[in-house]
Design a protein around this ligand. Structure first.
Ligand code: NAD
Length: 348
């Protein structure tokens, strides 16, 4: 299959591109190379005859039409997005542009191409989204595919809008779509503004590890390579017009997740006082959702998918990757992107 992957130079898109190529698919990686992108993420497949790169913005409709016509993909996996909640609070505009208008552009370019190709039944437009569209849970319950949408941050609202557009393009124009909503990912090549790499790199530098509020917010963590595996399965076997929730069934409070990382670092780098001393509570994010949890019953029973690693094992692999890949993250730290959160606090 030839798959047009948008956002393939980002964290999850690059994991999808690497896995798809390992399984013999062709990948056309369409990416605007924003601050969150890194072509090093796909360096291991860049020389493959199965891989092509298109430097393009999903807001540029003529470029999208040209790319569809030039590559004639069998499927689209749409991951390109602005993805960081904190940034969406500071500057929501680009989230509306990329996540809403960009998805609209992708749908229209895909629809024109699909129509010109004679509306092939096998074509798929797979939209990759988040569990954050469902809002915040109390102490109990889980999100199912039928949970009502209740987005509460500019990021989740923009992703919710994009989900609605994708469903509308299926209902109105018959575009063969599949949607997935996934919980929090972690793993190799994760941009260090996100909690897991931020905690690892702060600890490695002996700097404060910032944890929002009381650290009690609960997330359901999924190793990124398991997510990529689930996405390819949904693309190939998912029912048209259906959505699938993807989760690791690995709920953890942020504070406990950070403690797990610290204890793991204590074991592999027993070179001083316990890393937990670095944990520093910082003022909470406005509108911080308290708990997310995914009920993955549909993808498990209909498609037979389960995550392959536990949270403990996934974190072990992730920490090992950051320890072994300083060449990947040091240039990002040198760029100073994380001034406010990493590297400026006093050494502890
Ligand atoms: P990321 O920020 O690491 O990567 C996003 C990629 O999209 C980057 O390579 C960037 O250059 C590209 N991009 C951004 N704007 C673009 C534009 N206008 N045109 C073309 N390319 C553009 O994001 P991620 O964490 O890999 O997330 C990928 C997708 O998965 C997103 O749609 C996100 O909403 C969704 N998702 C993420 C998570 C998570 O935990 N990270 C969980 C569930 C769903």
């Amino acid at each position: 299959m030839k798959i047009l992957v948008t956002g393939g130079a980002g964290f999850i898109g690059s994991a999808v591109a690497r896995l798809a190529i390992a399984r013999g698919h062709c990948v056309v990686n369409l990416d605007a190379l924003t601050y969150a992108a890194n072509l090093e993420n796909v360096a291991s497949v860049a020389g493959s005859p199965l891989y092509a790169f298109e430097h393009a913005n999903i807001l540029d409709r003529p470029a999208l039409s040209r790319i569809f016509a030039a590559h004639r993909p069998d499927a689209v996996m749409h991951l390109a997005a602005e993805s960081h909640v904190d940034r969406s609070i500071d500057g929501p505009g680009v989230f509306i542009e990329t996540n809403v208008n960009g998805t609209y552009n992708m749908l229209e370019a895909a629809r024109a191409y699909w129509t010109a190709e004679g509306r092939p039944e096998a074509f798929r437009f797979h939209h990759i989204s988040t569990d954050e569209v469902f809002g915040s849970l109390g102490e109990t319950g889980k999100f199912s595919e039928d949970s009502p949408y209740d987005p509460r941050s500019p990021y989740s609202a923009s992703k919710a809008a994009s989900d609605h557009l994708v469903r509308a393009w299926h209902e109105t124009y018959g575009l063969p779509v599949v949607l997935t909503n996934c919980s929090n990912n972690y793993g190799p090549f994760h941009f260090p503004e996100k909690l897991v790499p931020l905690a690892i790199l702060s600890a490695l530098h002996g700097r404060p590890i910032p944890v929002y509020g009381d650290g009690g917010n609960v997330r359901d963590w999924l190793y990124v390579e398991d997510h990529a595996d689930a996405l390819l399965l949904c693309l190939e076997k998912g029912q048209v017009g259906r959505s699938y929730n993807i989760g690791g069934e690995n709920e953890a409070r942020n504070i406990n997740l950070v403690r797990m990382i610290c204890r793991h670092l204590d074991r592999v780098r027993p070179d001083g006082a316990p890393h937990e001393r670095l944990i520093t509570f910082v003022p909470d994010r406005p509108g911080h959702d308290r708990r997310y949890a995914i009920d993955p019953a549909r993808i498990r029973t209909e498609l037979g998918w389960r995550p392959s690693v536990t949270l403990k094992e996934g974190l072990r692999r992730t920490v090992a990757w950051y320890l072994a890949n300083r060449d990947w993250w040091q240039p990002l730290l040198d760029r100073g992107e994380f001034g406010a959160r990493l590297g400026t606090g006093p050494r502890m």
